[in-house]
Design a protein around this ligand. Structure first.
Ligand SMILES: [Cu+2]
Length: 310
């Protein structure tokens, strides 16, 4: 199970890394009340064309399940999946590698075994968290239950796509990232580090190496093959939601900016935020420069978004 080297090359490019990273970081730290960004930073980001339509969390760091941010999450990643499938297929790569898990791998899976927890000196809470989410019990008592809920047509019925997206993102999605996350390493030397990994704000060139594919960071996670298995699983839930609601809720399938999408009363937003551009467009040198400017504005922000934030 692997990504074609052309696919990896595309995903590891600075432009793609910046796009995925900034998209997550901005929407998740946008809320001023949360303290993630100052008004000055926000104004600059707006001028650069990267203001998100909706922040994903409220002032208390609770995920917004009533606003449309959850739709952005599903839509942006659907654009990513489409692009990756295209590259993989054009190069004769294995298509199963870019399709979602049929079900979340149990602790018995040998192909997707869970990397061991590591310990970070002085980070008691983080260490405990890692041990818990990587345990067999966590799979049986939490993940499997989430999976049952999110594939359950009676649960999906009548819910907005935004609510489904936000709930999946903040629960099983984030925890799958961290459950299959391995001990961080230095991409240049391969040397393992007992740390919390790439710093939230660090986008120095050393992280552009294709070996930088740590699942715990938004700049690197999408270069990791497991990303496509878990995001494919998430994406398939969108289709479950459609099946659960198509007969009762006037849902229509539409093509929106290159991907299959939906229109109807359970869809809150007719347009979706994917960052300063659609994912998959060949970014021009100006776009890359702009993204570097956005990161500069963000650099030193008070707060970063991590998959392990609870
Ligand atoms: Cu992502």
């Amino acid at each position: 199970m692997s990504l074609h080297e052309k696919t990896t090359e595309f995903l590891a490019s600075r432009a793609v890394r910046l796009h995925h990273h900034l998209w997550h970081q901005i929407r998740d730290t946008w809320n001023w009340a949360r303290g993630g960004m100052t008004e000055v930073q926000k104004k600059k980001i707006e001028e650069l064309g990267w203001k998100p339509d909706y922040p994903s969390q409220d002032a208390n760091r609770r995920w917004d399940t009533t606003g449309p941010a959850g739709e952005d999450f599903l839509f942006m990643h659907r654009q990513m999946i489409k692009k990756v499938k295209e590259i993989q297929s054009e190069n004769g790569g294995n298509m199963t590698s870019v399709s979602g898990w049929a079900s979340v791998p149990s602790p018995n899976s040998s192909e997707f075994s869970v990397p061991e927890a590591w310990e970070v000196y002085g980070a008691e809470g983080f260490n405990r968290f890692l041990k818990v989410i990587k345990s067999d019990d966590y799979y049986y008592m939490v993940m499997r239950e989430w999976q049952r809920t999110y594939t359950d047509k009676s649960w999906l019925k009548g819910k907005t796509l935004a609510e489904v997206g936000a709930k999946i993102e903040s629960t099983i999605h984030n925890m799958m990232h961290m459950r299959w996350c391995d001990r961080p390493w230095d991409p240049r030397t391969g040397k393992r580090e007992e740390s919390i990994g790439q710093d939230g704000n660090d986008i120095s060139k050393k992280w552009d190496d294709p070996r930088a594919n740590w699942l715990g960071h938004t700049y690197s996670s999408h270069v990791n093959p497991v990303f496509w298995k878990l995001h494919g699983w998430v994406d398939d839930r969108t289709e479950d939601w459609y099946e659960a609601n198509k007969d009762s809720s006037n849902l229509e399938k539409v093509n929106l900016r290159g991907v299959d999408w939906y229109k109807g009363e359970l869809v809150l937003n007719s347009d979706l935020w994917t960052g300063g551009m659609d994912f998959g467009h060949e970014p021009s040198p100006q776009m890359i420069k702009k993204m570097e400017e956005v990161s500069e504005v963000l650099f030193g922000k008070n707060d970063s978004y991590h998959f392990y934030d609870l």
